[in-house]
Design a protein around this ligand. Structure first.
Ligand SMILES: [Zn+2]
Length: 92
């Protein structure tokens, strides 16, 4: 048994711990979003407050409405921001 293989075991354990935590967060976020959606139902929503939603780290970021649980891509969020600015310009 070399020292190196022992270190690899520790690294492996640490990595699987991190992967477990990421999966756990992913499932939790999915669960919370699903719960919000179920509670809100099909009511119309103005999506007054969007929050960032991270998927398993930081590579895939979506926005989620905290009121109805609807998810938006970054592009959709940007479009909505532009629409809001347009409305503000037209109705000062
Ligand atoms: Zn909404």
């Amino acid at each position: 048994m070399s020292v190196n293989s022992g270190e690899n075991q520790v690294a492996k354990r640490e990595r699987s711990k991190i992967e477990y935590n990421l999966n756990y967060l992913l499932i939790m976020e999915y669960y919370v979003a699903q719960k919000v959606k179920d509670e809100w139902g099909n009511k119309p929503c103005e999506h007054p407050h969007l929050e960032k939603e991270y998927y398993g780290g930081a590579f895939l970021i979506n926005w989620i409405c905290t009121q109805c649980g609807k998810e938006f891509t970054i592009a959709q969020k940007m479009e909505m921001d532009q629409d809001k600015k347009k409305i503000q310009r037209e109705n000062p």
